[in-house]
Structure formats: structure tokens, C-alpha cells
Design a protein around this ligand. Structure first.
Ligand code: UD1
Ligand code: UDP
Length: 361
């Protein structure tokens, strides 16, 4: 049984769902979605043609971590008892993943962790994700680590080497199928002739003043650089929307749009000059596309992209974001040193490796 509930988990689990389903002779695949995200999850399910067997449909507007944790725990119990799966696979670091793993643990069902071993080692950053991923790794019996670094992180916590498999990141599997030559979209046509900046933001620890500072810095730099246009597919969190509209409304060269389908978003990334984000998954995808990313966070659990030169953590102080963003626009050498395609997160075949391992264990 694969359990997931948010957009990024779906983008990274659907390739695995389809890979496992293709091996019908080996696996009975059950998909249980929590619906932690409703619309942003459904967008992804549609793209990958994944139809859940169970949908806990837990989302409420303005949901708290208590709401998500308790609802997932209580609602998934019956599904787990009814299906009695041989293994539950969860992904990454969301509250869906933590609560589903804990529920499986309470029922003595083995857990496999896809995208295991990422660490900042600061339990407050990202919050609550660093806790979630560490907690899932306490529970899990099978670790599907995307990189050697993630494996080293797990070994440093005395996880058993024979339980850790370095597979690459399944997010790169998705990227392999979404990027299209000759892709076009009206928003890209609008930005034609300008340097396109892609913006996203959603982290809980950035809600409030940090997010206001991020948007103010972006607007100031863009006001000083008339050859830029930005597209900002905005997260559905009402708190994000309030901050974005307060700081960015009335600035015509930055277009706020609804969340994009993943095929569109990947092609927007490919067409962009640079990306400003606090997202995790985008940090994995951008190096493959050779797109510089300014990570508006104090920490990153993706040091491979920093080592590859594509990512730079710039924090959430307005002046720091302003300087780093302006430098990338003004200094061609600084830009070129970041704009190199590299592939630290795998070759796009992580799902088939995980399927092969699951067939063996
Ligand atoms: C969650 C994950 C985070 C992940 C992010 C991806 C947790 C604690 N956080 O954060 O790790 O990086 O997803 O985007 O698991 N909403 C809608 N419609 C949607 C999706 C969300 O209205 O389709 C609203 C929710 O009702 C909620 C808010 O957006 O009020 C935030 O959603 P939530 O899942 O609680 O947290 P995220 O910040 O999205
Ligand atoms: N993404 C998308 N549409 C958008 C913005 C992002 O499909 O409008 C994709 C992006 O390519 C990446 C994932 O969503 O695969 C990242 O999700 P998010 O930033 O919400 O979560 P995180 O990765 O930080 O957990």
C-alpha cells in the first residue's frame, strides 16, 4: 500500500505506483490518499492517471498540524486493518507520511520510506518536516535513499546498511516524462523577450513576516530590472495568498497564477532564467535543468544541489535575498557558474529500482 496526501508526495509516488502496477504478476498495489491537499493532489493524480483505492479526504481549510495528524491516524486505521498490507510505503517528510507510518507501526505493518535520509539536523527547520522525516526513519524497515549522502545520514544514525538502498529520487522519474520540446503556454508568451523569474513559496516556518520580506525583496529587485518578468504559481494556503497579495499586487511584471499542473510547471522551469523558492522538490528538479535556484530558507536538506553549484541558500532576510537576486541578474559570471545542468538526484529510473528491490525482499 502506498499512502500519500500532498502535491509533492503525489508527484514522486505516482511514478512508483505506475511502475508497481505494471508488474502485476509480482504486486497487488493499493493506493490510499489522505487528501491532505485536495485540489493540488487531484491535479497530480489526473496527470499520472492514478485512481486511489481509498481516499480519506481529510483536508479542511486552515487545517493545523493537530488536525492532519489526528485525522490521518484515526481514519487510516480501518483501511490498514481491512487491507492488512504486506508493506506500507510513505514518502518524504509530510505530516501525512509521519502519521501513516505511525499508524502502520501501531498495527505491526512494515514501513518502507521513499526519499529516506534527508537531513538538516535542525528540528525546527524545515518545520515540522525535519521531525517528520526523522520519525519515519525510526519506524521504517526499508530505506529508499535518493543519494549516497542520504545513505550516509542514515548510517550515521546507526540504521542497518542492509536496509538502505540508494535508488535516486523518484521526482526525477517524473521529470523525464514531462519536459517537452516546443512547449508553449500563454503565460510564457507574455514573458517572451524578458528574463523569466519563477517564484514559489509555502513553508510553514516562513509564513508571516519572513514571507513578506521575501516578496518585498523580489519586488524591489524586479522594479530595478525592467527586463525581467515573473510568474508565481501561488500555493493554495490562504496565509500565503494574503502575504503575496499584500506585497505584490499592482506590480504588473509579476503575474500570480493558480497552481500549475506538473507538466506545465516543469516546462515553466525549463523556460525560466532563475527560480526563487522555499520548496524542497524544486531544489531537486532544477539542477537537472541547469536552472539557478535561490533557496529562501536558512537550511537545506539537499546539499547535493548546493555542491553541484545550482542551489544557493539565501535565508529570509530581505537584504540578503535582494543582494543575491540582484547579483544573479547583474553578474553574468555569477549566473553562469550556477547555470550548469547536473544530476545529483539520479537518472530518472528510481521507481524501477525500488520495484525491483521490493520484489526481492
Ligand atoms: C504541506 C507539507 C509540506 C509540503 C507542502 C507541499 C506538512 C506539515 N506540510 O504543507 O511538507 O512541503 O505540503 O506543498 O505536511 N490547501 C488547500 N487546497 C489544496 C492544498 C492546500 O486549500 O489543494 C490549504 C489547506 O487547507 C491548508 C493550507 O492550504 O489550510 C496548507 O496546507 P497543509 O497541507 O496544511 O500544509 P502545506 O503548507 O501545504
Ligand atoms: N509544482 C507543480 N505546480 C506548481 C508548483 C510546483 O506541479 O504550481 C511541483 C514542482 O515541480 C515540484 C513540487 O510541485 O515537483 C514541489 O511541491 P511543493 O513546493 O509544494 O512542495 P515541497 O517539494 O516543498 O515539499
Amino acid at each position: 500500500m502506498l499512502v500519500f496526501g500532498t502535491r509533492p508526495e503525489a508527484i514522486k509516488m505516482c511514478p512508483l505506483v505506475n511502475e508497481l502496477k505494471a508488474r502485476r504478476d509480482q504486486f497487488d498495489v493499493i493506493v490510499c490518499v489522505t487528501g491532505q491537499h485536495r485540489r493540488m493532489l487531484d491535479q497530480v493524480l489526473g496527470v499520472f492517471s492514478v485512481v486511489p483505492d481509498f481516499d480519506l479526504n481529510i483536508m479542511s481549510s486552515g487545517q493545523t498540524l493537530f488536525d492532519i495528524t489526528c485525522k490521518v491516524m484515526l481514519d487510516i486505521k480501518e483501511t490498514l486493518e481491512q487491507c492488512s498490507p504486506d508493506i506500507v510505503l510513505v514518502h518524504g517528510d509530510t505530516t501525512t507520511s509521519f502519521a501513516a507510518a505511525l499508524a502502520a507501526f501501531y498495527l505491526h505493518i512494515p514501513v518502507g520510506h521513499v526519499e529516506a535520509g534527508l537531513r538538516t539536523r535542525d528540528i525546527h527547520s524545515p518545520w515540522p518536516e525535519e521531525f517528520n522525516r526523522q520519525a519515519v526513519d525510526i519506524i521504517a524497515q526499508y530505506y529508499f535513499a535518493p543519494t549516497e549522502q542520504a545513505r550516509a545520514n542514515l548510517l550515521a544514525e546507526e540504521k542497518k546498511p542492509e536496509q538502505i538502498y540508494v535508488t535516486g529520487n523518484t521526482g526525477i522519474d517524473a521529470l523525464r516524462t514531462t519536459i517537452k520540446q516546443n512547449y508553449s503556454h500563454p503565460d510564457l508568451a507574455w514573458a517572451d523577450g524578458s528574463r523569466l523569474i519563477l517564484v514559489t513559496a509555502h513553508r510553514r516556518e516562513n509564513l508571516g513576516e519572513p514571507m513578506h520580506r521575501m516578496f518585498r525583496a523580489i519586488r524591489r529587485v524586479m522594479e530595478e530590472h525592467p527586463d525581467t518578468k515573473a510568474i508565481y504559481p501561488i500555493h493554495m494556503n490562504p496565509a500565503v495568498r494574503a502575504a503575496a497579495h499584500a506585497e505584490l499586487d499592482g506590480f504588473d511584471r509579476l503575474r500570480i497564477v493558480e497552481p500549475l499542473e506538473v507538466l506545465d510547471f516543469h516546462n515553466f522551469m525549463a523556460a525560466s532564467y532563475l527560480i526563487l523558492t522555499d520548496s524542497g522538490g524544486i531544489q531537486e528538479e532544477a539542477p537537472s535543468l541547469g536552472k539557478p535556484v535561490l533557496v529562501m530558507r536558512d537550511t537545506t536538506e539537499r546539499p547535493e544541489g548546493v555542491a553541484a553549484g545550482t542551489l544557493k541558500t539565501v535565508g529570509t532576510i530581505e537584504g540578503d535575498i535582494y543582494r543575491a537576486f540582484a547579483e544573479l541578474l547583474d553578474d553574468e559570471d555569477a549566473y553562469e557558474s550556477m547555470a550548469h545542468a547536473s544530476n545529483p538526484y539520479g537518472d530518472g529510473y528510481a521507481s524501477s529500482r525500488i520495484a525491483e528491490i521490493l520484489g526481492r525482499v
